[in-house]
Design a protein around this ligand. Sequence first.
Ligand SMILES: Nc1ncnc2c1ncn2[C@@H]1O[C@H](COP(=O)(O)OP(=O)(O)OP(=O)(O)O)[C@@H](O)[C@H]1O
Ligand SMILES: [Mg+2]
Length: 253
Amino acid sequence: MGEDTKILTVAGKGGVGKTSISAAMVRILSEEHPEASILAIDADPAIGLTTALGVEPTDTLDDIRKKIVNSVEDGHPKEAIEMLNEARFRIFDTMLEEKKFSFLAIGRPEAAGCYCKVNSYLKEVISLLANDFDYVIIDGEAGIEQINRRVMEKVTHLFLITDPSRKGCKVVDIIKRVADELVMYDKCGVIVNRVKEESIPFVKVETAEILAYIPEDKAHADNDIKGISVFDLPSDSPVMAGTRKALSKMQLI
Ligand SMILES: Nc1ncnc2c1ncn2[C@@H]1O[C@H](COP(=O)(O)OP(=O)(O)OP(=O)(O)O)[C@@H](O)[C@H]1O
Ligand SMILES: [Mg+2]
């Protein structure tokens, strides 16, 4: 634990399968490493990982923060790090000890349109909590903002997710270049999702190795509509098999 903690995150354009794949990662890591402690973090203010994992969180990190701020009688909010140390046990309270992983949602920011506060808390929390776990899987929001703001400062494994579209691949290349500039990861690779066999030769990612291609997964799409988690997917379904291949290439399983 501690120094050996693996911190995995997914990034990419909107709607390409980041949440589906990070949920599959949580399941596969918990199956392959039954003794390991695993934390899943939903860093997307829109909160989608809960359904994908089949969990119902109580308080988000932002809820906890608000409670602490409200409880400071003198009206001077404490520094983030101080507050989080104080809040640590509460954060563990919100973690669900189910299905062999803990879960934490970051939640929504106070002011509409500004996620900077939440992002800076996310950074602090990841640093604080990561040491207590063997694996941390972070499902990020779409685009480049969280990368740009160095929210994922301590990532060890960066998974860039895209569909076969040129736009998706370009977003992957942009995120990779920014991540390189910020020196924010140890290992990086691409997963191309929802790709037809015949489209594979046309997929053009310039900056990173493609770890796996995942075809259309009907069972997953149907489950998603019904709100059924990835834990109910057949273990050889395309999303599970492709994610397993990517984790294996990154030597995580
Ligand atoms: N391989 C696949 N086959 C079929 N459907 C898929 C596949 N991967 C993802 N989907 C579906 O595509 C939709 C978007 O997936 P998901 O929510 O995982 O993407 P996302 O990148 O997290 O989106 P957002 O940017 O909105 O957070 C969902 O309805 C999901 O069920
Ligand atoms: Mg998502």
